[in-house]
Design a protein. Structure first.
Length: 600
RNA sequence: GGCCCCGUAGUGUAGCGGACUAACAUGCCACCCUGUCACGGUGGAGAUCAGGGGUUCGAAUCCCCUCGGGGUCGCCA
């Protein structure tokens, strides 16, 4: 698009040698030689060197002396091949340069609060305060473009398969279960509130009742919970729902979508096909978490049966108290120093463990277990075990000489939390987290409900609309904890990318679930009446999934927090450092909304 | 809500009880420089050491509180 500002962008210059062009952009760098001045001009497409020669264009040269980094300028001149020997192989346009004839400063700039080019760590609060400048940096520009391409790919992919994108409201009714809602007070109805969607869950099910059959939406979701590196108060999901499908249809679609997306956008990253499908119980057992990083082994193993009769009181007590003892082997780490091992113990304590038992097996890697003697087992607690017990443990962990064995003993949840994190830590230390490998996997067969000790009732593991397997339905009356959900998680490299399920389309089963969850008839009618009613008007069997876009783009971009792929993210404490939101509002605004602030 | 890490010129760091009148790099300003590309050279300005309180003869440095940023457990159907 040629206009009064420019005829071409920087990256196109190489194709117009010998011709006159105009370009516009930001001054990336100025090199003033007293006579000659060089400017690296930057626009979205890249860099182009501009030469100002006082003998070629005195006025343009004079203007160039006033230019400073990040000034916005327009330059007209001729594209020329650079003199032999002065080419710069470091930039794509390094073969050519623009000989300036005419220059105009469109806007000046104050000095930058932080460097645009330097990749070194700038305090994130400074970046967030000047986010519009942070986004000017090439790295952030790339992240945003990648995000755009991911979303564009998803839209094209689903459109080609007959999906319809439908927007759903941002102002909804609050549903107190699940995450904490963001609330919006109603002006017209004193004392009443809208809630922002935690996800368009119920709406997309209703769209299935409407007969759209294949729906999707790039949906903004809001959850008022504490933040993490991979969690923001508002985030974006690919929300998707289909009618007349079973699990395989949804999972196959996901596998096809993500396989083709990777091939198109990140061909250099390897993936594993077909995507592994593992049961919930299996991944908890093997990895201690429901979102395992499958790029490496270091699998956990339960050794409770081996050590329950050992002389080691800590293990015996844990097991006697209903707990377990699990461990895994860190290959080649038997030479960890006392201090390094103490670090690991501290790591475990910081994550809720009472401690950690380390056991170094002396000897070269690959050595035989038969030669193992207790004096080659270096641990503070070696004396409590027989050589047979140690051999069994080593064998159970698929370990051998040269390895460092790590054990935790406690309630199962604590052991799994500690060891799953320690597993990631050791993988990082051992360099096993390959950035060019993404292992997508599906986790299935979660329990439908879990017992809530404090509330003395059953809670949904996922949400109350998840269907149980048909064959497990009788268990709803006898043993609800054993009912398996037609639920699936989609995980990648230790992140939960997505949750989904086949939904309940039978109002009687839906009512039964609600009553098991200890909702009163009135609560059910009040909160879910519209959904139950809808299920009575010819609701088709349906199911869906909702991959998190932020986490996906984060993984594709090689970033380790989602703020790097969100244009204007909030801090860990849910504030916006640029606009200073949230902020107080005027008394007038409050009055209009029928609100009065409580003293704290 | 718990635990942990961080806060020193615009930016990134050093300094970790006295030699600090706070150093280095970069950025900024001025001057010099016609083939640089992280251009080079000379000179200069720039810091209530996050804020408050305490310990000490003496605090950027040690302790406590607060604020801000980050990580994590709980939480996130």
């Amino acid at each position: 698009m040629a206009n009064r500002y420019r005829t071409h962008n920087c990256s196109e210059a190489g194709r117009h040698i010998g011709r006159g062009i105009s370009v516009a952009g930001w001054v990336n760098r100025r090199r003033d030689h007293g006579g000659l001045i060089f400017i690296d001009l930057r626009d979205r497409s890249g860099l182009l060197q501009v030469v100002f020669n006082p003998q070629v264009a005195a006025e343009a040269h004079r203007i160039a002396t006033e230019m400073r980094p990040e000034y916005v300028v327009r330059i007209t001149g001729e594209v020329a091949r650079r003199p032999a020997g002065t080419e710069n192989p470091g930039i794509p346009t390094g073969e050519v340069e623009l000989i300036a004839r005419e220059a105009e400063i469109l806007n000046a700039s104050r000095p930058m609060p932080f460097p645009m080019s330097d990749e070194s760590g700038i305090d994130e609060s400074v970046r967030l305060k000047y986010r519009y400048l942070d986004l000017r940096r090439p790295q952030m520009q790339q992240n945003m473009m990648l995000r755009h391409r991911v979303i564009k790919f998803i839209r094209d992919f689903l459109d080609a398969r007959g999906f319809i994108e439908i927007e759903t409201p941002i102002l909804l009714k609050s549903t107190p279960e699940g995450a904490r809602d963001y609330l919006v007070p109603s002006r017209l109805y004193p004392g009443k509130f809208y809630a922002l969607p935690q996800s368009p869950q119920q709406l997309k099910q209703l769209l299935m009742v409407s007969g759209f059959e294949k729906y999707y939406q790039i949906a903004r979701c809001f959850r008022d919970e504490d933040q993490r590196a991979d969690r923001q108060p508002e985030f974006t999901q690919l929300d998707l729902e289909m009618s007349f499908v079973d699990e395989e249809n949804v999972l196959d679609l996901m596998e096809e979508l993500f396989t083709s997306l990777m091939a198109e956008l990140k061909p250099e990253i390897r993936i594993v096909k077909p995507f592994p499908r593992l049961s919930y119980h299996e991944v908890i057992e093997r990895f201690g978490t429901d979102k395992p990083d499958l790029r490496f082994g270091l699998e956990l193993a339960d050794v409770s049966d081996i050590v329950e009769d050992s002389e080691f009181g800590v293990f015996r007590t844990a097991i006697a108290g209903g707990g377990i003892v699990k461990g895994f082997a860190a290959p080649g780490c038997a030479d960890y120093s006392r201090k390094q091992q103490a670090e690991l113990v501290e790591f475990a304590r910081a994550r809720g463990g009472k401690g950690l038992v380390t056991m170094a097996i002396e000897g070269g890697q690959g050595g035989s277990l038969d030669d193992l003697t207790l004096d080659k087992v270096h641990s503070a607690v070696t004396r409590f075990f027989t050589i047979d017990q140690v051999r069994e443990m080593v064998k159970r962990l698929h370990a051998g000489p040269g390895d460092l064995l790590l054990f935790a003993a406690d309630k199962a949840e604590v052991v799994n939390t500690v060891l799953s994190q320690l597993r990631l830590e050791m993988a990082n230390r051992l360099g096993l987290t390959d950035p060019n490998l993404m292992v997508f996997a599906f986790i299935q067969d979660h329990p439908l409900m879990e017992w809530n000790q404090e509330g003395n009732r059953w809670d949904s593991m996922h949400h109350p609309f998840t269907a149980p397997y048909d064959e497990d339905i009788p268990l709803l009356d006898t043993d609800p904890g054993r009912v398996r959900a037609r639920h699936y998680d989609f995980v990648c490299n230790g992140y939960e990318l997505s949750s989904g399920s086949i939904r309940i389309h039978d109002s009687r089963i839906q009512e039964k679930i609600f009553s098991l969850l200890s909702y009163s008839d009135e609560e059910i009618r009040e909160r879910f009446g519209h959904l139950l009613e809808a299920l009575e008007f010819g609701a088709p069997p349906h199911g869906g999934i909702a991959p998190g876009i932020d986490r996906l783009v984060m993984l594709l971009a090689g970033e380790d927090n989602i703020r790097e792929v969100i244009a204007f993210p909030k801090t860990k404490s849910a504030t916006d450092l640029m606009t200073n939101a949230p902020d107080a509002v005027s008394e007038d605004q409050l009055r209009e909304l029928h609100l009065r602030l409580r003293a704290h």
